[in-house]
Design a protein around this ligand. Structure first.
Ligand code: ZN
Length: 251
């Protein structure tokens, strides 16, 4: 049995039981676990972590815990300019793209509305989600801490909020700055929209739509047609409100 003193910082405290938060405590462990195993046994998934210090020195997740170690664990964005210091941060993604778990269907729609490439299937199991994240270099968004602990998940984020609008604000804030291109993606299938001449879809339009609208876009994946009706105006306002809220709270 060996002992290590552990302290986690900032939003990583969300994963700890209330009496463990914002404090150092001594943990007794069997054998010599890796620092990754030690931290994840506390409930903190590795993709949420940006820096691990053992006795003041930056270590990798493979670091083997020694008796008497002092372990400090920092989240993303808690500290700045640590690019040369951290030994646990995965290679940054060239493009921010997401895959959302089965419980985040509404959030996925909101993200697509904002123009963010977001894979989502309501029947995707944990293995499929982890594989999509890994293969397509997507950030896995989930409310399942166990899913984030999978070894293959390099980029992931645990959604704290439960209401879809609050979740959207949370993601916009967490991954700021994001290149948003509202109304550029299909809400149903995530593919990109292309402008389509009215004449090409005229026969499929309801009389009132044909009468009031002249500009249309079509999903290049599923063929769904979009136009800027009252629904569009409502969504536009909801998105603008979320962006404003996210900017207000940005770190
Ligand atoms: Zn579509």
């Amino acid at each position: 049995m060996i002992e290590a003193t552990v302290r986690v910082y900032g939003p990583l405290n969300d994963f700890l039981p209330p009496h463990r938060r914002q404090a150092s405590w001594t943990r007794t462990v069997d054998g010599h676990p890796s620092v990754k195993d030690l931290i994840e046994s506390l409930g903190v998934p590795h993709p949420e972590i940006d820096l691990v210090l053992a006795n003041g020195a930056s270590v990798t997740f493979d670091y083997v815990i020694q008796n008497g170690d002092r372990i400090a664990v920092f989240p993303r964005f808690a500290i700045f300019d640590i690019g040369t210091l951290t030994r646990v941060r995965p290679r940054p993604l060239e493009k921010i793209r997401f895959v959302a778990d089965v419980h985040l269907g509404k959030l996925a729609r909101h993200l697509r509305l904002a123009g963010l490439d977001t894979a989502y299937r309501d029947d995707a199991d944990d293995a499929a989600l982890a594989e999509t994240a890994d293969r397509e270099k997507r950030i896995l968004l989930t409310r399942d801490q166990g899913l984030l602990k999978r070894r293959t998940v390099a980029h992931g984020y645990f959604i704290r909020e439960t209401h879809p609008h609050r979740q959207l604000v949370e993601v916009l804030r967490r991954f700021s700055p994001l290149d948003l291109q509202p109304f550029s993606r299909c809400l149903r299938c995530n593919d990109v929209l292309r402008e389509v001449p009215k004449s090409a879809i005229d026969a499929a339009l309801l009389p009132r739509t044909r009468q009031h609208y002249d500009r249309f876009e079509m999903c290049s994946g599923c063929g769904r047609v979009y136009w800027k009706g009252s629904h569009w105006t409502r969504l536009k306002h909801a998105l603008a409100a979320a962006r404003e809220e996210a900017d207000r709270g940005a770190i």
